[in-house]
Write a protein that binds this ligand. Structure first.
Ligand SMILES: Cc1cc2nc3c(=O)[nH]c(=O)nc-3n(C[C@H](O)[C@H](O)[C@H](O)COP(=O)(O)OP(=O)(O)OC[C@H]3O[C@@H](n4cnc5c(N)ncnc54)[C@H](O)[C@@H]3O)c2cc1C
Length: 402
């Protein structure tokens, strides 16, 4: 029995490993268009390899019910898999799981080596551009190579700095086509309408929330990085998931990002602190009021935004409010090109969640980011790619005799 895996990424490589480990008699070939496999595993977690997260659960994804069967392979299973490959892992304070080496390449090397030892064939520099059915019902890759089962694990355009998000589906023959949902970059910076150039390069830790058409969808805390015309950083990437899912529907009127510069202090308590400060330094007006409270750039930005000259007792309430609710209007025309995932993909009603086999064509499986599945920032996307690879392997093995 011949099995083709299109795409040598997280999903494809793990599917190949599971198939060959459990049924050595299968012929498993991974087709990869790049010169090397696993490019995005290497990019994850700033190259440290953020493989998964101990908080993985269906609600961390856009379609909880669909991902639930795959997530039977949970974060402990992932750590066991890594250990089986000879890779120890550790968990950081946010639950993110990394190889103990703190290096993504140690995981990829171990997975590739195991695949090679098991006899998985890795065919690189080979782009699959067409998938059709031959006369005897076998799948034909690029019109020639015949296979009994095909796994599509071709991922997305995220990480390639493209202006338009794409999902890499090979061209399918008559009657085999799958429909893609609208696509939008996710886990990405969020463009803002305010002029924030004076803050470019600044990083702060604070609370952050996203509000879309008046509804607050998510709030978190963490690092924010200011760019010329956008907000970035892990906390913003988290918010961008919610924005992307709404933007993909094409129905967003307006959105705001709201920063809370003092997440651990109530607005009332902050006001008391500001009053004490004003009493201590009654002569300090305008930007001087903020000296020592923040990085200089922030103080200057706040004073400008408030048009702050003289501090009066009544302006202190306004300052306290701004520090707790520093709002930025989202620029809905902003195109993020350094996104980590693409929101949207193969429509989920065309795929069985329990097996990840297509409902359109038997013997065809979809896994990883090519599906309309996206997760939060912090290991959730790689986890789903690995977990879906495991589920596909189990499904194929169930239907194949020894
Ligand atoms: C910069 C960056 C950082 C990230 N950091 C994290 C992180 O820290 N944690 C996390 O969980 N996720 C992270 N992600 C997201 C995560 O890497 C992806 O969601 C995950 O790799 C998707 O796995 P996949 O197997 O579905 O696709 P991919 O890993 O993208 O693999 C798909 C493979 O298919 C190949 N391919 C595509 N089309 C064809 C074709 N027609 N023929 C042959 N081969 C083809 C591609 O070249 C690619 O190698 C990051 C992504 C990026 C870009």
């Amino acid at each position: 029995m011949n099995i083709a895996i299109i795409g040598g990424g997280a999903c494809g490589l793990v599917a190949a490993y599971q198939l060959k480990k459990q049924r050595p008699s299968l012929n498993v070939t991974v087709f990869e268009k790049n010169p090397t496999v696993g490019k995005k595993i290497l990019m994850s977690g700033n190259s440290h390899g953020n493989l998964s997260n101990t908080h993985v659960n269906p609600n961390a994804y856009n379609h909880p019910e669909f991902v639930a069967p795959a997530l039977a392979f949970d974060s402990s299973s992932l750590r066991n898999l890594a250990s089986e490959l000879g890779v120890d892992t550790f968990v950081d304070e946010e639950g993110r799981i990394y190889p103990f080496s703190n290096s993504a390449n140690s995981f990829l090397d171990a997975l590739r080596l195991a695949n090679r030892e098991l006899g998985v064939v890795e065919t690189t520099n080979y782009e699959v551009f067409s998938l059709t059915k031959g006369k005897n019902g076998q799948w034909l890759i690029n019109g020639t190579e015949p296979f009994d089962r095909v796994v599509i694990a071709t991922g997305s355009s995220a990480g390639y700095y493209l202006k338009r998000s794409t999902i890499n589906l090979p061209k399918m023959g008559q009657g085999l086509q799958h429909v893609l949902t609208p696509l939008y970059p996710s886990l990405a910076p969020i463009g803002v309408q305010e002029n924030i150039r004076s803050l470019t390069g600044l990083r702060i830790s604070c609370g952050a929330a996203i509000e879309i058409d008046g509804v607050r969808y998510y709030q978190t805390s963490g690092e924010i990085q200011f760019k010329d015309d956008a907000l970035s950083g892990i906390a913003i990437f988290e918010l961008s998931s919610f924005l992307a899912r709404k933007m993909a529907t094409g129905n967003v009127g307006y959105a705001n990002v709201e920063l809370d510069l003092f997440p651990d202090v109530s607005e009332d308590d902050l006001l008391v602190q500001l009053k004490n400060r004003h009493a201590h330094f009654p002569q300090r007006d305008g930007v001087a009021f903020f000296v020592g409270m923040f990085a200089k750039m922030i103080g200057w930005y706040l004073a400008t935004r408030l048009n702050l000259q003289q501090i009066h007792p009544e302006t202190l309430g306004e300052i306290a409010h701004l520090l707790k609710h520093l709002r930025f209007a989202v620029d809905l025309t902003y195109v993020a090109t350094n996104n980590q995932v693409v929101c949207g993909g193969v429509r989920l009603d065309q795929v069985h969640p329990e097996t990840l086999e297509s409902r359109v064509a038997q013997g065809l499986y979809f896994g990883g980011e090519v599906l309309d599945v996206d997760g939060l920032c912090g290991g959730y996307n790689l986890h789903f790619a690995f977990a879906s690879g495991v589920l596909i392997a189990q499904s194929i093995l169930r239907g194949v005799s020894e």
